[in-house]
Design a protein around this ligand. Structure first.
Ligand code: BES
Ligand code: ZN
Length: 642
């Protein structure tokens, strides 16, 4: 093959595995096909089906647009109405459109023929799979390219959380928000639920009086019928479909950026996130224009199970970021960075999740460095690396520590470990060091532009890296070094070792404190320094040390959720039950998975007594948790019943 003739240590790896390319040929991942010519621009994944977490036959028939017309019914906790789907036929011998659904009630399906007439279509639903849901297969006739599905969601849809008025801060109105990533768009609407397929969408929503609906789209005004209209003209993967409905207020930060939240936290949120415009500027300067029009943030109720979610034009954020001192705003930088890595250039399957989360973590950190300087950026790298080491120690199997994840991974949940985020980030830091920022920054900018609005594989990235950067500087790295990052386990020995002088001082303070002395003047410590101080305590502290820790530094009930969490983890390890009242409050009030999965996990594994206590708290807290969090914590306790 031509590629093999380019003298470069990198090239051989480009033709391994299921990778395919350049010569205008498609090759085969999990299917055998005769190679056929494709358009010069086309990348392999446009033809080969490489996502096993979807029923969609998107290599043959592919949806291009989704039009939703829905009642948001809080009484029954359902979205109810129609989804109209435009599709194009890629393989002319295919006459079935295969869609993903999960827990949907399908009432009827119609198809529009070439003359514009609608007629009823028969359809098939297969048996439900616990992870994937149910395939909706719609046979269509020649010339047909539009179907309409009359459906409703289930009150227990995993992608939707319906909060009663009592579960909101304002207490007067109910609230709904969605979380489609990774496989839950299919619990909201029939869709080809794979990041390999990009769709534009529009929506008409009817909501109860007094409530404001928002979507990951351009916002229309309420019309004379009381309906709201939304439009997403850029093609996005289904996991970026998003909706929030509630008694939501808005505050502008500047002309194109603002915050939505319940009234109680609106001003605080606008203040906490006031530097978002600077982040957007830094991002644009480094990696090219922001392509999505407005950028708004919505602060959701505390049961939102993530730190943030990069829904286009409208990132969803946890209220635990509102610390009062802007110390946790790297999550804003992260979700904003997804407007380039993830939303613009998308992983084509969850096996390639590092293209979303690893590249984003790198971009996030570059933006933080730009705004706040190298010291803060390095502290954040250091804390991230410690998280990665913990996840590596707990990895279920070594293949799950590769950047390119194994074809037989059980669930996309396995794709969202610190491997994907932090090993991915450190891979780009490695490339940056080897090629130099002068070459690497323009490369990444060009990459976002080149693959804009496409879904790509790890191998597409590697090939582009090779063509754009490595051929010009072949000595920068070897194929073995590259493969160790992508197809090898753990942290390669070429990884940067972040050095923080601030953390070195914290280490000295900790040593002094553990020796019975004073930690010195900690009054100017940032959140990061506190986290480093706490996370690196010896394996188990005595009850007396834990008491002194709390007495000296007032950690119990700390208003910064990250610091409070780090403290509770130490307290649980040392079985320090004086924290129980505050810990219970935390578990009752916070639904962010990053905290509560590890807290319940630590309590459950400590001893029978702690586990029973945790089960009791969980029984009370569970109804307020998001369905995703309920599933994850049920699984934690289930391990002990086996
Ligand atoms: N896209 C993720 C959130 C996500 C991951 C949702 C997997 C569903 C499945 C988001 O961009 C994210 O990574 N959020 C992080 C914050 C970040 C700073 C690491 C989070 O929620 O903690
Ligand atoms: Zn992310």
């Amino acid at each position: 093959m031509r590629l093999m003739n380019i003298a470069s240590p990198l090239t051989a790896s480009l033709v391994t595995g299921s990778f395919v390319l350049v010569l205008g040929l498609t090759a085969c991942g999990n299917e055998t096909k005769t190679p056929k010519p494709v358009k010069a621009q086309a990348t392999a994944n446009k033809i080969v089906k490489n996502d096993k977490f979807t029923y969609a036959n998107y290599d043959k028939v592919r949806m291009t647009h989704l039009s939703l017309n829905l009642d948001v019914n809080f009484d029954e906790k359902v979205l109810d109405g129609t989804a109209t789907i435009d599709f194009k036929v890629i393989d002319p011998t295919a006459f079935t459109l295969q869609l993903d659904t999960k827990d949907l009630t399908i009432r009827s399906v119609q198809g529009m023929s070439a003359d514009g007439q609608w007629s009823a279509l028969s359809y098939n639903l297969n048996d439900e799979d616990e992870l994937l849901g149910t395939m909706l297969a719609i046979p269509f006739s020649k010339g047909m390219n539009k179907v309409r599905i009359d459906y409703r969601t289930s009150p227990t849809a995993e992608g939707l959380q319906w909060l009663s008025p009592a579960q909101t801060a304002g207490k007067k109105h109910p609230y709904l928000f969605s979380q489609a990533q990774a496989l839950n768009a299919r619990t909201m609407t029939p869709v080809q639920d794979t990041p390999a397929v990009r769709i534009t969408y529009d929506a008409t929503l009817r909501v109860p009086d007094g409530l404001l609906p928002l979507m990951s789209a351009e916002q229309g005004e309420k019309d004379e019928n009381g309906e709201y209209h939304f439009k997403m003209p850029q093609p996005i993967p289904s996991y970026l479909l998003a909706i929030a409905v509630g008694d939501i207020k808005f505050k502008a930060i500047n002309d194109t950026i603002g915050v939505y939240a319940e009234q109680y936290i609106l001003d605080a949120a606008a203040e906490e996130f006031s530097e978002t415009p600077l982040m957007e500027e830094a991002n644009t300067k480094l990696y090219g224009p922001y392509r999505w029009g407005r950028y708004d943030l919505i602060v959701l109720p505390p049961s939102f199970p993530f730190g943030g979610m990069e829904n286009p034009r409208l990132s969803f954020m946890t209220p635990t970021l509102i610390a009062g001192d802007k110390s946790l705003t790297n999550v804003v930088a992260h979700e904003l960075a997804h407007s380039w890595s993830g939303n613009l250039v998308t992983n084509s399957s969850w096996r390639d999740a590092w293209l979303n989360e690893g590249v984003t973590s790198y971009v996030e950190n570059r933006v933080m460095e730009d705004l706040y300087g190298e010291e803060r950026a390095v502290m954040e790298q250091y804390l991230a690396l410690e998280d990665l080491k913990r996840d590596l120690a707990n990895a279920k199997r070594p293949e799950l520590t590769h950047l390119k994840l194994p074809v037989d991974m059980d669930s996309p949940d396995d794709a969202f470990t610190q491997v994907t985020y932090v090993k991915g980030q450190f891979f780009l830091i490695f490339l940056e060091e080897r090629f130099g920022r002068a070459a690497f920054d323009p490369f990444l900018k060009k990459y976002f532009n080149h693959f804009a609005f496409q879904s790509i594989t790890t191998e597409d990235f590697i090939k582009y890296l090779h063509d754009e950067l490595h051929v010009k500087n072949p000595d920068a790295l070897t194929r073995e070094e590259l493969d160790a990052w992508i197809y090898g386990p753990g942290i390669p020995d070429t990884a940067k070792d972040p050095k923080s002088s601030a953390f070195a001082k914290v280490d000295a303070a900790r040593t002094a404190w553990l020796g019975g002395g004073s930690a010195g003047d900690t009054s100017a410590w940032s959140t990061h320094e506190w986290l480093h101080f706490l996370n690196n305590m010896p394996e188990s502290l005595t009850l007396a040390q834990l008491k002194k820790l709390d007495d000296d530094f007032k950690l119990n009930g700390h208003q910064n959720a990250e610091i409070a969490f780090a403290w509770y983890m130490q307290a649980i390890k040392g079985n320090y039950s004086n924290v129980d009242a505050e810990l219970e409050k935390f578990l009752m009030n916070v639904g962010r998975g990053k905290f509560i999965y590890r807290l319940y996990g630590a309590l459950a594994s400590l001893n029978d007594e702690a586990r029973e206590w945790a089960k009791g708290v969980y029984a009370k807290a569970r109804p307020g948790y998001h369905p995703i969090a309920q599933r994850r914590i049920d699984a934690i306790f289930a391990k002990y019943n086996e």
